[in-house]
Structures are given as C-alpha cells and as structure tokens.
Design a protein around this ligand. Sequence first.
Ligand SMILES: Cc1cc2nc3c(=O)[nH]c(=O)nc-3n(C[C@H](O)[C@H](O)[C@H](O)COP(=O)(O)OP(=O)(O)OC[C@H]3O[C@@H](n4cnc5c(N)ncnc54)[C@H](O)[C@@H]3O)c2cc1C
Length: 497
Amino acid sequence: MTEHVDVLIVGAGLSGIGAAYYLQTRCPKKRYAILEGRDTIGGTWDLFRYPGVRSDSDMYTLGYSFRPWHDPKAIADGPSILAYIKETAQANGIDRHIRFNHRVRRAEWSSAEARWTVEVERGLDREPMRLTCSFLFMCSGYYDYDHGYMPEWPGVEQFAGKIVHPQHWPPDLDYTGKRVVVIGSGATAVTLVPTVAKQAAHVTLLQRSPTYIASQPAEDAFANRLRRYLPLGLAYSLIRWKNVLTSMAYYNLMRWQPARMKQNLINLVRAQLGPAYDVDTHFTPRYNPWDQRLCLVPDGDLFAAIKAGTVSMVTDHIDTFTPTGIRLRSGAELDADIIVTATGLLMKLMGGLQLAVDGRPIDPAQTMSYKGLMFSDIPNLAAAIGYTNASWTLKCELVSRYVCRLLKYMDQRGYVQCTPRQTDPTITAEPILNFSSGYVQRALSSLPSQGSKRPWKLYQNYLLDLLTFRYGKVDDGTLEFMRRRRARRAARQRGSR
Ligand SMILES: Cc1cc2nc3c(=O)[nH]c(=O)nc-3n(C[C@H](O)[C@H](O)[C@H](O)COP(=O)(O)OP(=O)(O)OC[C@H]3O[C@@H](n4cnc5c(N)ncnc54)[C@H](O)[C@@H]3O)c2cc1C
C-alpha cells in the first residue's frame, strides 16, 4: 500500500516549518508530512556555514509573525536563526512530521485519482519509494543546494593555495594570518569579509563592479525600548509593522526617485569612509538602487574594516589565476593564500522536481505564475517563494495562509482539484523577476513567466498581497475547480483524444 497524506510539504527550512504551522493550526484535520532531502532542519540557515553568516533582513520581518524574536539583535547571525527555526518546529510538534533524507525527485498528477504520486529517494543509498498526496506544497527554496555558481576563470588549476566557495565552507579552514581574496560583490561577500578580516593577515574584496551598500544598526534601539514596556507579542507585532512599512517606503522612494536616492546612498558611504576614499570606483554602481538587491552591513562593519586597513577593495576584472594569486586586467597582481569565490548561487526552482500532469511532462518555463504561488495548468500545487525586495517570510506566510484558505474552500464545496487557467488573450508573458543580477539573468529562461496583469502579475508588494491573499475571492474566475466526477470525466476525455 502506498502511503497517502492530504498535504505533502517539501523542505524543512524557514518556509516549510511555517507552512506546517499554519496547516496544523488552520486545517487541523489534514494529514501532512514534510519530506526533507537533507538530514537536518533549517535549509539555508544550516547549509551556509561561512564566517559571519547572517541575515540582511531584520528578524522582526524574517521571523514568523506567530513567534516573537527575542534576541536584541535585529540583524541576526546564522546559528541564531537556525536555533529559532528548530525551536519553532519543536515547540509546535512540527519536528515529528519531518522525514529526513527524503529527496523528492518526481511528481505526477492524476486527474482521475485527484492525487499526486510522488517519487522519492530515501537515505544515503537513495532507495526509491512512493507516496501520494492530494496537495503538494513546495517549500524547497530557490537555489541549487549541491553547487554554487562558479564562473570559469583561466588558470584556476595553477593556483597553489586553497579555493573555497561559501556554500561549501570547510569547517576546518584556518585563515589566521593568511592573505585572503574574496571574489564577489553581493551579500555573501560583504558579510564574509569583515569577519574573516578579524583573523586574516589581510582581506581583499575583488569585485567586477560595485553594489549599493548601506549600513544599518544591528540592534533596533526603538524595538528594544518597546519590548521593555509592552508585552512581548504586542511589541513584536508593532515592530514588525513598523519595519514592513519603513522598508516598503524606502523601496518605493528608491524606485520613484532613483537619481536622488542613488546620491544619498553614495553620500552615506562617503560619510563612513571619509572624503579621501575612492567611493566613485568602489561604491558607485552603474545601475539604479534595487535593480539588484541592496546589501546591508550591520553597524557599518565593512566600512570600519576598510578604515582599519584590514580590508581593501579592488574593482577590476580577472585576467587569470596564477600560482600565487590573481592577475587583473589592469596588470596588478593580488597575492593570496586563500581565494573565496563568493560568486553567488545557482537558482533552481522547486528543488529540481520533475513534474507531469496526466502523463504530460511539465516544463516550468512554459508555465505562468499565478499570484506568485501556483502555476498555470498545474493542479493542487503551491510553492512558497519569498520577496526579492523584502523579507522572505512575509510572502511565505501569506502563501501558507492562502493555501489553508484554499483547502478549506475546496473541502466545503467538495472540490478535489483546483488549477489556475490562463485563458485571457490580452495577458502577455513577462520575466518573473526584474532584477539585473547575474544569478537571476542566468536562470530566467528556465523559470516560469509572470503575466502583464492580475492575478498573474507579481507586484512584490506585501500590502497588496496581504489584501489579495486574505480578502480576495478564492474563486476568482482564474482558478478552475472540479469535483471528483468532473475531474475523472475530463481525464477520460483527454485520454481518448
Ligand atoms: C546566505 C543567505 C542569506 C540570506 N539572507 C536572507 C535575508 O536576510 N532575508 C531574506 O528575506 N532572505 C534571505 N535569504 C534567502 C533565504 O533563502 C530565505 O530567507 C529563507 O531562508 C528560505 O527558506 P526556505 O525554507 O524557503 O528555503 P531553504 O532555506 O532553501 O530550505 C529549503 C529546504 O528544502 C529542501 N529541499 C529542496 N529541494 C528538495 C527536494 N527535492 N526534496 C526534499 N527536500 C528538498 C532543502 O534541503 C532545504 O532544507 C538568504 C539566503 C542565503 C543563501
């Protein structure tokens, strides 16, 4: 007998634990399981172990709305976030539902049976097994866990020192007294560099082009004061709203007045580094704020390390690796004992899951994202994918609550299948993400599209989504609902064609 669950959650990271919490509190009769490919909980916050790993969102919005964040630090380190996810799972009995070392490989929907058959590899010897479920909830993150992005550079094999990717940081790597070159300009690079610089002889941050970097206090003084005077739950939700609204205001201001905000951001860097520093070369991006993700540094730690002389910035292109380091196009040479390739992630939708519907393989790139959580012509499947311009959890919680609303709606009316159908000829396909960052551009052709109008358009706007997900009609004319008999009949008709 193949085991059947009502809802199968894939992934035990921040989203998967949140999804399980909502499912068991709002749909307590649903039987669910969480399949996790790794042997532990936490996803991102367990995988990434490089020195200084931390959030760059505040934990009042990256944390769950139902579990207050206690730590005075709003910008939290990786181990604290991991502990928070584990505690949430334990406190709510979610950990009992997780099956570790279960990697989901393929899922096929049968309209005749109104269920997914999910193929899984279990354990280290990848023993195949199957499960069925009525609803598949993908909480599998957005990138490839096995490989980070590594450009091909000439001469890499000549380098006599160690090359390390932050996604696979060796626990025993000793960089004390070593010369370290970190290649990259994103969040990982700016996080790593000040921490490594505390022990290394010197750290060079080598970037092809600059990124916007803004300093933010690691501790939110207002939040800490409020927590002293108000009950924890109330203080947490007030601070969460304050942070949602201020970050939305900043984001919109930056998109509305890019030239002015660009200048403001650069002036702030200049104020940190002093008038003599070459901010034009190293901290003045060629794009507008939020064309790519803005990097935050807590308490200006990167700037402090630059001023202290333990970190230097180099903006140039790699000509070749050499036995002793890197030669740049300008002719300069960077000597290194260790080179860290903070060159980013490889995006991977839904953990690389292969999908089929009634025997027909699905190419995700041919689908359109519905409200940023379901996909055209794929029944009974949702994916928790967070915001690009705000904390991941804000969107994932909305998605989880919406899934519960959808499941209840279907149960009340006896529906077994719901499928987003794009039948409006006036809607045109657009790229799902509008970031110019390399990791997004490299992946776009393999990702679903978004539509030019609601409900297919992604607004990356929490307030708008909050209204849509909580109060918008479930039966909005785009979701097609079917009861068992009709789903069977439709499947038979498709089969006989
Ligand atoms: C270094 C780093 C820092 C970040 N900082 C922030 C931040 O400050 N703010 C922010 O909003 N976002 C940040 N992000 C984005 C971050 O990924 C999200 O905040 C969040 O942790 C994602 O949670 P998740 O549960 O959706 O995905 P993940 O944390 O990626 O977890 C997905 C889980 O699914 C499992 N899985 C995947 N595929 C399968 C499969 N086929 N079968 C079984 N299991 C599978 C994985 O093993 C993993 O455990 C950061 C990302 C990184 C890499």
